[in-house]
Design a protein around this ligand. Sequence first.
Ligand code: ATP
Ligand code: MG
Length: 316
Amino acid sequence: MAGIVVEGLFKKFGTTEALSGFDMEVAEGSVVGLLGPNGAGKTTAVRILATLARPDAGRATVGGHDVTVSPARVREIIGMAGQYASLDELLSGWENLYMIGRLRGLSRSLARSRAEELLGVMALLDVAQSTVKSYSGGMRRRLDLAASLVGDPPFIYLDEPTTGLDPASRLELWQIVSSLAKQGSTIVLTTQYLEEADRLADRIVVINKGRAVANGTATELKHRLGRQVIEARPAQQGDLEALGATLSRVTDNPVQLDTQQGLAMVRGASQADLARAATALAAAEIEVAELSLRLPSLDEAFLAITAPKEASEPPR
Ligand SMILES: Nc1ncnc2c1ncn2[C@@H]1O[C@H](COP(=O)(O)OP(=O)(O)OP(=O)(O)O)[C@@H](O)[C@H]1O
Ligand SMILES: [Mg+2]
């Protein structure tokens, strides 16, 4: 079965262009992290892939089925846990899952056993008979995820599944998603957390203002920026300014001084810059406690990619 192919999606709400030529490919059995800031178009893209919204232009297929031509076929093979959980507050966790199983066409006994199985996986057996109203945020997220898995769909969309969760609940959810991925599900995960994308996704698509502005593995994205960072820390805090001045003589890039941390930083540096810096600092007799060249963090990469001034000009 084919994975997910998205080509040139456009979607307008009034005058707001939520998607403006969005492209994405997800290989079958892989996890893609759709990473972008608020309003980037993540939920809109996922809703179109879930046949809950129609694109104005462009095309998307899931498992070979076109979302606008054969929405019913697409719905049969997907499960979605939304940014806004779609549970019935007045029913218990068990009743929610049983009802969805029946709606999905499972027999009574199958719906019952599937509900119990998923409540077990999500560690919700203790609260299975309590109304959802009484659930914590973490329990709701887990139940919502369980609801999306009732029909055992090969394609799973998770729209910001861990937003608002405490660190422990987030870790639990990550483990569940990892095990789904290991079982071969194809997963689209939207998130604003770089760490989450880094951890769960095989590939990351960075979306900004309705367009994919970068994609690759986390490491590729860090490399793609191609710019490394020199960090230099003087042994004596009082030497920081002199150290900064020396660095600015050997590189064309701006030198940033962090007086709080007693650190000088040069972004967009090369290995040759580092060698020149070492020589110049030695010549100036400035003793350094630390002098290093590192890749930008994923945070730095993400900020550079989505920074407003660069938004109109995606990197390479
Ligand atoms: N139903 C709607 N009616 C009007 N505008 C909408 C609608 N849905 C989305 N938008 C707008 O489209 C843009 C993209 O929204 P979308 O919800 O897809 O972003 P997102 O990446 O999911 O953001 P967030 O991280 O906040 O969830 C935003 O400017 C949003 O205000
Ligand atoms: Mg959203």
